[in-house]
Design a binder for this molecule. Structure first.
Ligand SMILES: Cc1ncc(COP(=O)(O)O)c(C=O)c1O
Length: 402
């Protein structure tokens, strides 16, 4: 039987990472093939094979691999024609890369609050912004306060759960806006039977080491639009107009994924469905065994969604006993359990302090209350048992679970 952790830190506790990759023999096999072929840079068969595997999985026509997810976002905004001083609506509760990519093209983020049920970009908040804070002028939509043109919406599927995209797509049609999905955390999730990443004008994926599948680092731009895919391929390869004479008519970027990374990506893609099933099983197990703690709320899955539970995230609600999320976080870390809060909502970020102040109370509350627990595909039953016992010992030791 696993020993209950004591209320003082134990240095003996084994370390359990938040999210580590699950690598297998197939990865070695493909990487060795890649090395043997001598095609280790961005040419060679693995990059296009990886692109094809992702495109087939998502059921989209085109996929362009990039060096990381942030680069894919940058490219998406460029090919969508987002111009300097335009505005792009983006979730406030996301990793900062989503908003920074908007700044890379000289545009400005408008931060949108999260919905209280599933924690994703709230379609109602999008509606209120477009309806009440914008106006039409010369056939385009402008923000009344900033007088900037509103060009696109960048919903971010956070933590493996989809955004409720249908009403956002309807609003985008009404207001003539483009929709670009940030699906960096959403690969393997489904919305109304369709894969996240296939739902809008284009989408971006990340294959960073902590994502559901990884290339070490990597990303992908996906779309059904042939002209966008062609432009993305051109811009990610230094905008070469003539491959022999090196003639360039545009500023391009060196954003291509390497073959070595793609080889790893191919091996990981073969496992994606298995990884999703394992993560859903971990989520069920967390849910069953944490359900009796009244201080904790569990993440919900919408009836129209298949979540991957990329990071299994709970809310800690008990404030009376001074047992906030940060205290529990500290307690778990003391016991060798790596966990983390959500990102500081971007409407609060010092780097965006110059933007007009926006209220996102749901994002604020979630930031205060949320903790992401270890969610690796390879998390063992014993490790999960230890995590659950450590959480329970914390609340029961403080009488908060009574
Ligand atoms: C929501 C979101 N968007 C974008 C990114 C950026 O991806 P990358 O780290 O591959 O650049 C990440 C993760 O890292 C992310 O979680």
């Amino acid at each position: 039987m696993t020993a209950m952790p004591s209320r003082t830190a134990t240095n003996a506790a084994p370390f359990i990472p938040l999210h580590s990759p699950c690598l297998d023999d197939r990865a070695w096999e493909y990487i060795q093939q890649c090395l043997a072929s001598n095609w280790v840079s961005s040419a060679g068969p693995f990059v296009s094979r990886f692109e094809q595997m992702v495109a087939e999985y998502l059921k989209v026509r085109y996929a362009v691999a990039t060096v990381n997810g942030t680069a894919a976002l940058h490219i998406a905004l460029l090919v969508a024609g987002v111009q300097p001083d335009d505005e792009v609506l983006v979730s406030s509760l996301t990793f900062i890369a989503s908003a920074n990519a908007i700044r890379y093209v000289g545009a400005w983020p408008v931060f949108i609050d999260a919905d209280p049920q599933y924690w994703q970009m709230d379609p109602e908040a999008v509606f209120h912004f477009l309806e009440r804070e914008c106006q039409w002028r010369n056939g385009a939509l402008y923000n009344r306060h900033t007088q900037r043109r509103v060009k696109a919406i960048l919903p971010v599927h956070i933590l493996g759960h989809p955004v409720n995209l249908e009403p956002i797509l309807q609003l985008a049609r009404k207001y003539d806006l483009l929709v670009l999905e940030d699906a960096a955390e959403g690969l393997g999730a489904y919305y109304k039977g369709r894969a996240v990443g296939s739902l809008a004008d284009a989408a971006c994926l990340s294959f960073n080491g902590n994502k559901i599948i990884t290339c070490g680092g990597g990303g992908m731009f996906v779309t059904n639009r042939a002209d966008w895919a062609e432009r993305a391929r051109y811009l990610t390869t230094q905008a070469r107009d003539d491959p022999i004479e090196y003639i360039h008519r545009d500023i391009g970027y060196n954003y291509r994924l390497t073959s070595l990374q793609a080889a790893l990506g191919c091996a990981q893609m073969e496992k994606l469905e298995e990884f999703v099933q394992r993560k859903r099983q971990l989520a069920r197990s967390y849910a069953e065994r944490l359900a009796d703690l009244p201080s904790i709320s569990l993440p919900a899955e919408a009836p129209w969604a298949r979540s991957t539970y990329w990071l299994y995230t709970i809310l800690v609600r008990d404030r009376n006993h001074n047992l906030g999320s940060r205290e529990l976080l500290h307690w778990l870390r003391q016991h060798g359990i790596e966990c983390r809060p959500l990102w500081q909502p971007l409407h609060r970020s010092p780097v965006y302090a110059q933007l007009p102040r926006r209220l996102c109370p749901v994002a604020d509350r979630l930031y205060q209350q949320a903790i992401s627990l270890p969610s690796s595909v390879g998390l063992t039953e014993q490790q999960q048992e230890w995590i659950i016992r450590t959480i329970k010992s914390y609340f029961i030791g403080s009488n908060a679970a009574a």
